[in-house]
Design a protein around this ligand. Structure first.
Ligand code: G1P
Length: 298
C-alpha cells in the first residue's frame, strides 16, 4: 500500500432503524438481531468487517437496541454452563466471535433523521481517520467478502470507495445510483451520484449496495447537510459534495456476489434458504424438506 494512504481500522454500523417492516417480530427484538440460519444478520456483517481486517466496531444504536451490546459481550453464566456441561465446541465458537475488550463502541442516534445523520453520530468515535461504513440490512454473499475487495482497491486508489452492483432499471429509484467511467471494470472512477432518482432519470443501473470507505472530511459536510430524498439527511448528498466541491476522489468497486436485502421479507427469507443450503450440517435434510414442500405446492 502507498504510504500516504491511511489504513482502514474502524467500521461504522448504523443500527438505529425501527424495523417496521418486520413487526411484530421487531417490537422487542432489533431487526439486526433476526437470524440468518443461526447467526444474527448483524453478526454476518461484522464477520465481513473482521475478515477485512477491521479492528474497531462502532454501532450507532437507538432505543430498544440494548441486546446488540449484549450480543457482542461475553456472557458469563452461559459460558460457565457450557463449560460445566463439557460443550467445548460451542464455547470455542462463542470465543471466536467475541471482539476483544475495547474493540467495540456504541453511540445512539437520538432521532431518526436519516442515514447521513446516523453516520455523523459516530464522528467523535471515528475521529480524524478514514473508515468503513456497512449497512447491516444488505447481506453481501460471495467468494470474497465485499469489504476485503474494497480495502484491496483502496490500497491502489486511496480516497473514497463505494461498492456497487447492477439492479433492474425499474428498481433504480429505490437506491443511491452512481455513474462511472467504465461500467464493466471492477474498479472505476465515479462520475456522478444521485440518491433515489426519479424513474427514468438514473445515470446508470449501478446501485450503491451499502458498503463504503469514506474519508473523515465527510463529517464536516454531514454536519451542514440539509434534508434530501424522503425528507432525510442523506449520506449520498454529502458524498456528492465531498466529490464535487472538495474534489476528493471517489471510486466504485463492483461486487460480483449475491446481495440479500434483509430489510425486506423476501430478501430475508431467501438469505435464510440460500445460506442453509450451503451448510454442511443442514443442507442434505433441508434440501429434502424444501423440495418436498415445493413439490407439494406446485
Ligand atoms: C441507503 C442509501 C442508498 C443505498 C441503500 C442500500 O438507502 O441511502 O444510497 O443504495 O441504502 O440499501 P436506504 O435503504 O436506507 O433507503
Amino acid at each position: 500500500m502507498n504510504a500516504a494512504i491511511r489504513p482502514i481500522r474502524k467500521a461504522v454500523f448504523p443500527v438505529a432503524g425501527l424495523g417496521t417492516r418486520f413487526l411484530p417480530a421487531t417490537k422487542a427484538v432489533p431487526k439486526e438481531m433476526l437470524t440468518i440460519v443461526d447467526r444474527p444478520v448483524l453478526q454476518h456483517v461484522v464477520d465481513e468487517a473482521r475478515a477485512a481486517g477491521i479492528e474497531h466496531f462502532i454501532f450507532v444504536t437507538g432505543r430498544n437496541k440494548g441486546v446488540i451490546e449484549d450480543h457482542f459481550d461475553s456472557q458469563f453464566e452461559l459460558e460457565a454452563t457450557l463449560e460445566a456441561r463439557g460443550k467445548k465446541k460451542e464455547l470455542e465458537a462463542l470465543a471466536r466471535d467475541l471482539p476483544a475488550a475495547g474493540q467495540t463502541s456504541f453511540t445512539r442516534q437520538q432521532a431518526p433523521l436519516g442515514l447521513g445523520h446516523a453516520v455523523w453520530c459516530a464522528r467523535e468515535i471515528v475521529g480524524d481517520e478514514p473508515f468503513a461504513l456497512l449497512l447491516p440490512d444488505m447481506l453481501h454473499h460471495g467468494p470474497t467478502p465485499c469489504l476485503s475487495d474494497m480495502i484491496k482497491a483502496y490500497g491502489e486508489t486511496g480516497g473514497n470507495l463505494i461498492a456497487v452492483a447492477p439492479v433492474p432499471e425499474d428498481q433504480t429509484h429505490q437506491y443511491g445510483i452512481v455513474g462511472v467511467e467504465d461500467a464493466k471494470a471492477k474498479v472505476s472512477a465515479i462520475t456522478g451520484m444521485v440518491e433515489k432518482p426519479k424513474p427514468g432519470t438514473a445515470p446508470s443501473n449501478l446501485h450503491i449496495t451499502g458498503r463504503y470507505i469514506l474519508q473523515p472530511e465527510i463529517f464536516g459536510l454531514l454536519e451542514k447537510q440539509e434534508r434530501g430524498a424522503g425528507g432525510e439527511i442523506q449520506i449520498t448528498d454529502s458524498m456528492i459534495r465531498l466529490m464535487q466541491d472538495e474534489k476528493q476522489p471517489f471510486h466504485a468497486v463492483r461486487f460480483d456476489g449475491t446481495i440479500y436485502d434483509c430489510g425486506s421479507k423476501i430478501g430475508f427469507l431467501t438469505a435464510n434458504v440460500a445460506l442453509a443450503l450451503e451448510r454442511d450440517d443442514l443442507a442434505k435434510d433441508f434440501r429434502r424438506d424444501v423440495e418436498q414442500l415445493l413439490g407439494r405446492k406446485s
